[in-house]
Design a protein. Structure first.
Length: 87
């Protein structure tokens, strides 16, 4: 699953705009805009979502699911669970 926040963060880490991501994934700019405007999990045509995720992965992005371990090296960010944010 891909969230709109992950999509925006991935673009920020890569330093690319929506148009560049659309070109990398072979989708339209409005498609990327709709994905980023959605609340929570991005919904859409499975093939389109797959193309976007694969484009991000080819560019070096590792999408980390909630409660999943990241076993790869490299820099990144992760949103901490807000209930444990004060810990």
């Amino acid at each position: 699953m891909l969230t709109s926040a992950q999509l925006k963060a991935a673009r920020a880490l890569l330093g690319i705009d929506q148009r560049t991501l659309a070109e990398m994934a072979g989708v339209s700019v409005p498609t990327i805009q709709r994905m980023e405007a959605s609340n929570g999990t991005v919904r859409g045509v499975v093939e389109t979502l797959t193309r976007v995720v694969e484009a991000l992965e080819r560019a070096g992005i590792e999408l980390i699911g909630e409660n999943a371990a990241s076993l790869s090296g490299g820099r990144g960010v992760r949103l901490r669970d807000r209930s444990s944010a004060g810990s």
